[in-house]
Design a binder for this molecule. Structure first.
Ligand SMILES: NC(=O)C1=CN([C@@H]2O[C@H](COP(=O)(O)OP(=O)(O)OC[C@H]3O[C@@H](n4cnc5c(N)ncnc54)[C@H](OP(=O)(O)O)[C@@H]3O)[C@@H](O)[C@H]2O)C=CC1
Ligand SMILES: CC(=O)[C@](C)(O)C(=O)O
Ligand SMILES: [Mg+2]
Ligand SMILES: [Mg+2]
Length: 334
């Protein structure tokens, strides 16, 4: 069955007129969604703890950040844009006690509601509006007049009015410019976790690292390996973004296209796809969620150690120097 997709004319910003939207967490998604909503004429307040760069950023963008508690109290629509791993505790401590009947509780990833870390009380509708892209692109595409496509889902028992608020919200952040697919909390959560682990982040990172290591271990210059396996990837992905596999293959040489066909299936093999299915199963049965929640309860030792180790990978070390020479790239050293 074809997806139900909403566009600009299917959404009406007036459903947010007179309502206060609280963005809890001025991070990657929060800073983007808050500014886009405000530019779309919505009344936006920010819940952001003080003493951090994100707090200062919100102030520099003309917001007056307040506590999570106060923002929740003052709002009609509350979007929890905190890291997934802390949402459950903060919801129980600071958000739930300050919700009022008729509030709409939102999120941009269904993880905590789908896996039961957040269980809203009766009288509170839940709503998911999930951008299918990084927060910084949600802002930059909006400013350019474009928009990052979104997903929309209603929690159990949520009303048609809440759906209209969700479509207005999606329009306010630029989502209806690219299309807003109607889905469920389960489908958004499971496909987002799968996509980021197997393709977008986990899969791509391991592919780049393995390609880089293979060339360097064979004696090629690391700088060449960086250009070939990391830098040029954006150029190829841009072609995919504009015209799919066909346009990318149209644009590259016939030699590269032939190599694509004969060597690609040797890298991503039937065993790779079998492993993808095992990863999906671990997401669906909640095993991944349980591991992520317990990792954080233990202070995230594996996560922090891996982040440190990965930052020192050869592709990162050589890349920093090469990107510094490309002054047109607004380099992000984190
Ligand atoms: N990143 C992305 O592109 C996407 C994210 N999402 C979803 O959006 C939601 C937000 O993710 P994202 O924007 O990446 O989050 P970020 O990590 O970028 O930002 C989190 C914000 O929460 C604040 N915060 C972190 N820990 C605490 C805490 N213990 N108490 C109070 N405030 C805290 C941070 O403030 P401080 O600066 O003080 O640490 C920061 O402002 C998640 O559900 C995520 O899955 C969905 C689609 C894409
Ligand atoms: C950017 C995005 O869509 C991700 C990868 O799902 C995320 O940041 O969680
Ligand atoms: Mg995602
Ligand atoms: Mg995600």
């Amino acid at each position: 069955m074809a997806a139900t997709i909403y566009y600009e004319n299917d959404a009406d910003l007036s459903h947010l007129k007179g309502k206060t939207v609280a963005i809890l967490g001025y991070g990657s998604q929060g800073h983007a969604q808050a500014q886009n909503l405000r530019d779309s004429g919505c009344n936006v307040i920010i819940g952001q703890r003080p003493g951090s760069a994100n707090y200062d950023l919100a102030v520099s963008h003309g917001f007056e950040p307040m506590s999570i508690e106060d923002a929740t109290k003052a709002a009609d629509v509350i979007n929890i844009l905190l890291p997934d791993e802390v949402q459950g505790d903060i919801y129980r401590d600071s958000i739930e006690p300050n919700l009022k009947p008729g509030n709409v509780l939102m999120c941009s990833h269904g993880f905590n509601i789908h896996f039961g870390q957040i269980q809203p009380p009766k009288g509170i509708d839940t709503l998911l509006v999930a951008p299918k892209g990084p927060g910084h692109l949600v802002r930059s595409e909006y400013v350019k007049g474009g928009g990052v496509p979104c997903l929309i889902a209603l929690g159990e028992g949520a009303s048609e009015a809440t759906k209209q608020i969700g479509l207005a919200y999606a329009k306010g952040i630029g989502g209806t410019r690219g299309g807003v697919i109607e889905t469920s909390f389960a489908e958004e959560t499971e496909t987002d976790l799968f996509g980021e682990q197997v393709v977008l982040c986990g899969g791509v990172s391991e592919l780049v690292k393995a390609g880089f290591e293979t060339l360097v271990e064979a004696g090629y210059q690391p700088e060449m390996a960086y250009f070939e396996c990391m830098h040029e990837l954006k150029l190829i992905v841009d072609l995919l973004y504009e015209g799919g596999l066909s346009y990318m293959r149209y644009s590259i040489s016939n030699t590269a296209e032939y190599g694509d066909y004969v060597s690609g299936p040797r890298i991503i093999t039937p065993e790779t796809k079998a492993e993808m299915k095992r990863v999906l199963n671990e997401i669906q049965c909640g095993e991944f969620a349980r591991k992520w929640i317990s990792e954080n309860r233990a202070g995230a030792p594996f996560f922090k150690a891996t982040r440190r180790r990965e930052r020192e990978h050869g592709v990162e070390q050589v890349g920093r120097g090469l990107r510094r020479m490309m002054t047109w790239i607004d380099e992000k050293e984190v």
